[in-house]
Design a protein around this ligand. Structure first.
Ligand SMILES: [Zn+2]
Length: 88
């Protein structure tokens, strides 16, 4: 007996191989590093330190989490400085 449920699961991947992935930014880690997810097959990519797009592995997810924390604490410090020495 054959069911169609299994073949339906392949459609998003087939769509991607025909039309290409449709990546959307899911997380802005730093100014240069972003995380992308394909809206069809849910494949995830990230930007590495060289600016190339690579597959988002758990290892890179970890790195991005650390980067994000550093980036946010830096931005906070910068914002405080701007407020303290407001040029306007
Ligand atoms: Zn895709």
């Amino acid at each position: 007996m054959k069911t169609t449920t299994n073949t339906q699961a392949f459609i998003p991947k087939m769509y991607c191989s025909l039309f290409g992935h449709n990546y959307k930014v899911t997380k802005q880690v730093t100014y240069h590093v972003k995380e992308y997810t394909c809206s069809h097959c849910k494949k995830q990519l990230t930007t590495n330190s060289n600016g190339n797009l690579i597959e988002l592995t758990p290892k890179f997810q970890e790195i991005n989490d650390i980067l994000e924390r550093i980036h946010h604490s830096r931005m906070e410090r910068k914002q405080r400085k701007i407020i303290a020495s407001s040029p306007y």
